[in-house]
Design a binder for this molecule. Structure first.
Ligand code: IMP
Ligand code: MG
Length: 183
């Protein structure tokens, strides 16, 4: 197991498996008849997935515009339903096909809030692409059109996802398993 910050990391999805899956997702996206596609990457966790997926989309012949939105997160102990936009996109989504990109679809609160916001603003359609889907955790009625992998019910890090802002740089997705033994 790789060791990072003195912790053993169990790799769930390797860099090469993610790269292969991104190409497949990009082809699925390219096969849909999106018009004037606007990609909206939900910060911060999706930044690496979005960076790779939009380049795979380019290889698949898709030429979107790309924007970023930052949505407040709510941790354990925080009151949910208090989702807010911390940093909004710059452009009008009226009449546009929007593709939201996020790292994980878990309860679905973040993505249903963001999807509703785009629809209220007049988006023609809103589709969702996520790297990981934790279906067992869903509380909102929402699903993604494009899913990288089904994720086990574990707290994962890497490929943009963090544990207290650490581990985002890992090129793979993994689970922190504990302290590495001294040798
Ligand atoms: P939801 O609103 O419950 O669907 O939350 C999804 C958000 O929670 C994701 O965008 C992630 O930022 C974060 N999240 C959920 N599960 C994990 C995890 O296992 N590791 C890191 N972040 C996570
Ligand atoms: Mg997030």
């Amino acid at each position: 197991m790789p060791i990072v910050r003195g912790k053993e990391i169990e790799v769930l999805f390797s860099a090469s498996a993610i790269a292969r899956r991104n190409l497949e997702l990009a082809k699925e996206i390219a096969s849909r008849d999106f018009e004037r596609l606007l990609v909206v990457s939900i910060l911060k966790g999706s930044f690496i997935f979005a960076a790779d997926l939009i380049r795979a989309m380019h290889d698949a012949g898709v030429a979107p515009e790309v924007e970023f939105i930052m949505i407040s997160s709510y941790g354990a102990g925080q009151v949910s339903g208090e989702i807010k936009v911390l940093r909004d996109i710059d452009n009008d989504v009226g009449g546009r096909d929007v593709l939201l990109i996020d790292d994980i679809l878990e309860s679905g609160k973040t993505l249903s809030f963001t999807r509703d916001l785009m629809l209220e603003r007049g988006a023609r359609s809103v589709a969702i692409a996520v790297l990981l889907d934790k279906r067992m955790r869903r509380t909102s009625r929402i699903d993604a059109e494009f899913i990288g992998f089904d994720c086990p019910d574990e707290f994962v890090v890497g490929y943009g996802m963090d544990w207290a802002h650490a581990f985002r740089e890992l090129p793979y997705v993994g689970v922190v398993r504990g302290d590495a033994r001294q040798s």
